[in-house]
Design a protein around this ligand. Structure first.
Ligand code: HEC
Length: 128
């Protein structure tokens, strides 16, 4: 019985620990993104739009940001940032949104994108 409890606790904590690791690695990666993006609500004035609570929000919808036409088009098409759309965008930003101002700063490794998106999801959940 006790052994079963220990095993169960282990089985339940393991995914949570793996998730924490992903978020931590994603946070490290975001240091590079933060050259152009703030994740703090309301912090504007950088080269890229604010990314606070980006998960679940419409593409190209941050107030006070001069998006390129291609991003205005994404907003008008109703594109929403989910784990899936972010994954495709971050793999190859120029293929997803030709002519966008972020340029060719894609992240080629699937695992790296998953870590970064886990971090953005965690932050979005706290600053929505
Ligand atoms: C050199 C500056 C720069 C870097 C570095 C950069 N971005 Fe961007 N990003 C931009 C700009 C500028 C835009 C707006 C594009 C447009 O209007 O065409 C943008 C747009 C975005 C959007 C869409 C936001 C919205 O409001 O729809 C997301 C999401 C995003 N970037 C995530 C990232 C992530 C994650 C990283 C790090 C891997 C990153 N960016 C690195 C400049 C940058």
């Amino acid at each position: 019985m006790r052994r079963a409890t220990v095993l169960l606790t282990f089985a339940l904590t393991l995914p949570a620990m793996a998730q924490d690791d992903m978020i931590e690695r994603g946070q490290q990666q975001f240091i590079w993104c933060s050259a152009c993006h703030s994740i703090k609500p309301g912090e504007d004035g950088l080269q890229g739009p604010n990314l606070a609570a980006i998960l679940g929000s419409r593409a190209g919808s941050r107030p006070n940001f001069p998006y390129t036409d291609v991003f205005v088009g994404l907003r008008e098409d109703g594109v929403v940032w989910t784990a899936e759309t972010l994954d495709v965008f971050l793999a190859d930003p120029l293929a997803f949104a030709p002519g966008n101002a972020m340029g060719p700063v894609g992240i080629s490794r699937t695992a790296d994108r998953a870590d970064l998106i886990a971090y953005l999801e965690a932050v979005s959940a706290t600053n929505r």
